[in-house]
Design a binder for this molecule. Structure first.
Ligand code: SF4
Length: 204
């Protein structure tokens, strides 16, 4: 066996993550790691309201997929909505604070709050089942939005706020990242891989 592979096994350190020699060790380590719930549309699945498939050229998402850590999920499809569907926006308290009155309407004014909540609850169930510790969620969605959402006027006006799924996952202690923060998430995961005993990386 190659000497570098042996030293990797003993030390538990991964000096070069791209090496084919250490890839099997790399995979055995990631099996025990916290998984990442990902908005399915970020992985090119046809789940968006406009039925468009967006192929993101994001090397970090590619690497995380290669590590076997991604769990794709679309709360709106899971909640029972079809593809395509009318666009939806949050009306009212967009911060989705507990006890607040928040509704999610489509562009025709139909109230789909219960469907959105059903999908978000399904996401929470998945988090518990799959030992998910991170979320990589598409911003601006009334379900997945994490830092910004649209303001409910269907005029592409963005405001600070969270969607239903993002809000529930955050309350559950899932660490959330938007699609613009995939590099930050990737480096955090690598840090966890190399330093599993570090504070804050406890297995959930
Ligand atoms: S609900 Fe989330 S996963 Fe589904 S299409 Fe919208 S942003 Fe993507």
């Amino acid at each position: 066996m190659d000497k570098s592979a042996l030293s990797v096994k003993r030390s538990g350190k991964l000096p070069c993550l791209k090496s084919n020699i250490i890839r099997p060790l790399y995979h055995s380590k990631t099996e025990a790691m916290k998984k990442i719930l990902v908005s399915a549309c970020l992985l090119g699945q046809r789940v968006r309201h406009d039925a468009e498939v967006i192929l993101m050229d994001d090397p970090y998402i590619g690497k995380l997929a290669e590590m076997g850590l991604l769990v794709p999920f679309c709360p709106e499809v899971e909640g029972g909505m079809g593809v395509p569907r009318e666009p939806l926006e949050i009306k009212g308290d967009t911060f989705w604070r507990s006890g607040s009155v928040t509704r999610v309407l489509n562009i025709k004014g139909e109230d789909l709050t219960s469907v959105i909540l059903k999908g978000a609850e399904a996401g929470l169930d998945l988090v518990r089942k799959e030992k998910i510790g991170y979320g990589l969620l598409k911003d601006l969605s009334p379900s997945c939005g994490h830092s910004e959402v649209f303001d409910g006027s269907f005029s592409s006006t963005k405001i600070k706020g969270k969607g239903a799924l993002a809000s529930l996952l955050e309350k559950q202690g899932v660490m959330l990242f938007t699609e613009r923060q995939s590099g930050i998430l990737y480096h955090r995961v690598i840090d966890e891989l190399l330093n599993p005993e570090k504070k804050g990386f406890g297995r959930s």
